[in-house]
Design a protein around this ligand. Structure first.
Ligand code: OAD
Length: 270
C-alpha cells in the first residue's frame, strides 16, 4: 500500500509530507445534519422516514419529476422547511475550506442543495453541485428562469409558483429523480482519477451516477471514509482508511493529526 498503515496518523503524514496533494472531497446530507438539516435515509431522523404527513405514494416521490408534475405541493411544503438561509455551516464544511486554503482541494463534489460549503467560504469554482441547488429556478415546461425573490415569496407563503410566460410549474434547479444531472457534473466527473486522495463524508452512496465517483480514484491513491456507517465498499482497498462515526469528530481527528486543529477551529468560529 501507499500508506504505512491504514490509520489517520499515516494518512496525515501522507497529506503533510511536503509534496503537494490533490484532494477530491465527495459529500452528502450527513455533513449537514449537525447544522440541523435532516439527511434522507437515516432510520428515524431521515427525511424519508418522516414524510408520512405529506401522503406520498413512496418517500422519494417528493423529489420525483413526474410526481411533481401531478402534485407539486409536497415538494413546496418541504421547500418551506429546507430553504437555505437559516442554517450555519458545520466544522466539516470549514474543513473543506481549510483544504482549499492550503492549496490541496482539487474539487468538492456534493449532492447537497443547502449551499453551506459556499457559506463556509469554499469558492464556487471548487464546487460541483451534482444535484443542483436552490440558487436558480425555472419553468419545467418552457425552461424560462424565474426570479429568486418571487420564488422565495412563494416558498414563505407555502404557495406554488407558476411561470409568467406559459403558466407551467416553476421548480428550483434541484435535480429530481428522472432528471439529468447538471453539465458541470459530466464536465468534471473524471477529476477523481487525477486525485492523490479522496475523502468521502456523510453520504450513503446510494444514488447514481454520484455513487460511482469514488471508484474512479486510481489504485494506490488513498480513500478516506468519514461516515456513521460503512458505504460503497470503501474500507476494503489496501489504501482505504475508515473513520466511522460523526463527521465533525472525524475531521477534527484528521485535522489534529495534520497539526491543523487550532486553525480549523478558528476558521469555523469566524
Ligand atoms: P443519505 O441520507 O442517503 O445518507 C447520509 C449518510 O450520512 C448515511 O450513511 C448516514 O449514516 C450518514 N450520516 C448522517 N449524519 C451523519 C453525521 N453527523 N456524521 C457522519 N455521518 C452521518 O444522504 P445522501 O447520501 O446525501 O437526491 O443522499 C443522496 C441523495 O439521495 C440526495 O442527494 C437526494 C436523495 O434522494 C435527490 O433527491 C436526487
Amino acid at each position: 500500500g501507499t500508506l504505512a498503515e491504514r490509520t489517520v496518523e499515516s494518512l496525515a503524514k501522507y497529506i503533510t509530507n511536503g509534496k503537494p496533494k490533490k484532494i477530491v472531497v465527495m459529500t452528502g446530507a450527513g455533513i449537514s445534519t449537525s447544522a440541523g438539516i435532516p439527511d434522507f435515509r437515516s432510520p428515524d431522523t431521515g427525511l424519508y422516514a418522516n414524510l408520512a404527513r405529506l401522503n406520498l405514494p413512496y418517500a422519494e416521490a417528493v423529489f420525483d419529476i413526474s410526481y411533481f408534475r401531478q402534485n407539486p405541493e409536497p415538494f413546496y411544503t418541504l421547500a418551506h422547511e429546507l430553504y437555505p438561509g437559516k442554517f450555519r455551516p458545520t466544522i466539516t464544511h470549514s474543513f473543506i475550506r481549510l483544504l482549499h486554503e492550503k492549496g490541496l482541494l482539487l474539487m468538492h463534489f456534493t449532492q447537497n442543495i443547502d449551499c453551506l460549503d459556499r457559506e463556509a467560504g469554499v469558492p464556487g469554482d471548487k464546487i460541483v453541485e451534482a444535484h443542483g441547488s436552490f440558487a436558480r429556478q425555472s419553468c419545467i415546461d418552457c425552461s424560462r428562469p424565474y426570479p429568486q425573490d418571487e420564488l422565495k415569496r412563494h416558498v414563505d407563503a407555502k404557495s406554488i409558483p407558476r411561470c409568467d410566460h406559459c403558466k407551467g410549474l416553476v421548480k428550483p434547479e434541484i435535480v429530481f429523480f428522472g432528471e439529468q444531472l447538471p453539465a458541470e457534473f459530466f464536465k468534471n466527473k473524471w477529476l477523481p482519477s487525477q486525485a492523490d486522495l479522496c475523502i468521502v463524508m456523510g453520504t450513503s452512496l446510494t444514488v447514481h451516477p454520484f455513487a460511482s465517483l469514488p471508484s474512479m480514484v486510481r489504485e494506490h491513491r488513498p480513500r478516506l471514509l468519514i461516515n456513521k456507517e460503512r458505504v460503497g465498499g470503501i474500507g476494503s482497498g489496501p489504501d482505504d482508511v475508515l473513520l466511522l462515526g460523526d463527521c465533525d469528530a472525524g475531521v477534527r481527528k484528521l485535522a489534529a493529526a495534520c497539526g491543523w486543529l487550532d486553525e480549523l477551529e478558528k476558521l469555523w468560529a469566524k
